[in-house]
Design a protein around this ligand. Structure first.
Ligand code: NAD
Length: 325
């Protein structure tokens, strides 16, 4: 596959949990003017708005995507716009439209313009109840039971098809649940692992929507951003996989997370009231084997539970003190 330089980048879903921090990291690396942030309906915060171009577009409406791509002569897309697992179960038709039709539009617009590179993330939601839950292998059963998972499996297959059939350089990882302190998550099943920190700081109390013994694969945002940039800058000749890399950070139960927070805030109380998201969580892996990512592009996570908890509480504590939480 020929290697083209990434010069003008578009981030879709740039107002979202990952997109907002990814855009700032890309702007720091490639220059603010060279990284166009795009959102759907939600207005960007001042940092995102003032550090480079911002546009609204709807990935399901191809012409709105094309207009932005052509206006800025975009050659690289980080496609972060999506409907996540919990929202996807409440609005399955919308999840299909955004995650499948939106992805197809992104791939087609990129193919037609012979773009340099594309990042299209998948998720641990691509797995299902028949997948081995411990050290889930790279190559395994992909039979998800959520609409979100169905769109992620189809998306991986579609992206890999574009690599083989059209020589388009599409890359992607199966993100675990992402924990972060800047932008709240947008309707996923692992949102409790973020909400627990906010509630611990604000009210010293949290009611968790999965059981105490629920273990899921997670990752702290700095690792997530580093993994994304690493994969996109990896030597394409070293890649055997393309849009479906397993990616691991850390795994812990909801109870272990609460106990770690209690080490810092001894009066923090966590209660458990599982809702429909428990069933989704039960269908996902507990730990992930990411040896392909380690071998093909040198992936290694940096944050464990203790480091992440300390950093989250410090960052959110500061915001709380400033009155911005
Ligand atoms: N955050 C996680 O824990 C996690 C885990 C696994 C995979 N992922 C994947 O990573 C990517 C980014 O996720 P995130 O957590 O930042 O999601 P998010 O929900 O925080 O952000 C997604 C953004 O997409 C936008 N969007 C929705 N419909 C759109 C449309 N029609 N056109 C344009 N934009 C639209 C939303 O406004 C939102 O800002 C997604 O593909 C998601 O499936 C995330």
């Amino acid at each position: 596959m020929s290697v083209k330089e990434m010069k003008r980048i578009l981030v879709t879903g740039a107002v979202g949990q990952i997109g907002s921090e990814l855009t700032m990291a890309l702007r720091a690396r490639y220059g603010g003017e060279n990284v166009v942030a795009s959102g759907h309906r939600t207005a960007p915060g001042p940092e995102l708005r003032d550090s480079g171009p911002f546009e609204f577009l709807n990935v399901s409406q191809r012409e709105t995507l094309e207009a932005v791509v052509d206006k800025y002569a975009i050659d690289t897309i980080y496609h972060m716009a999506a409907i996540l697992s919990a929202t996807g179960e409440e609005r399955p038709h919308l999840a299909w439209d955004v995650n499948i039709n939106g992805l197809y539009n992104v791939l087609e617009v990129a193919r037609e313009r012979e773009m340099a590179r594309l990042f299209c993330p998948s998720s641990i939601a691509a797995f299902g109840p028949e997948t081995p839950q411990i050290d889930t292998p790279q190559e395994t059963v992909l039979r998800p039971t959520t609409m979100y998972g169905v769109t992620k499996v189809a998306g991986e297959l579609l992206c890999n098809y574009y690599v083989k059939r059209f020589g388009l350089d599409v890359r992607g990882v199966r993100y675990p649940g992402i924990i972060s302190s800047e932008t709240l998550p947008g309707g996923g099943t692992t949102d409790y692992a973020v909400a627990i920190f906010y509630e611990a700081i604000k009210h010293r109390r949290y009611t968790c929507f999965v059981r105490e013994d629920t273990v899921l694969p997670m990752m702290y945002m700095p690792d997530c951003i580093r993994a994304t940039l690493m994969l996109m800058e990896a030597d394409v000749d070293q890649l055997v996989h393309h849009a479906d890399f397993n990616l691991a950070g850390l795994s812990f139960s909801a109870g272990e997370l609460a106990a770690e927070i209690q080490k810092h805030l001894p009066d923090f109380v966590c209660e458990y009231a599982p809702d429909f998201r428990q069933q989704i969580a039960d269908s996902w892996p507990r730990t992930i084997d990411d040896s392909a990512a380690r071998a093909e592009w040198g992936w290694q996570p940096q944050y464990g539970l203790a480091e992440m908890t300390t950093d989250m509480l410090e960052k959110l504590g500061q915001k709380h003190a400033e009155g911005t939480l």
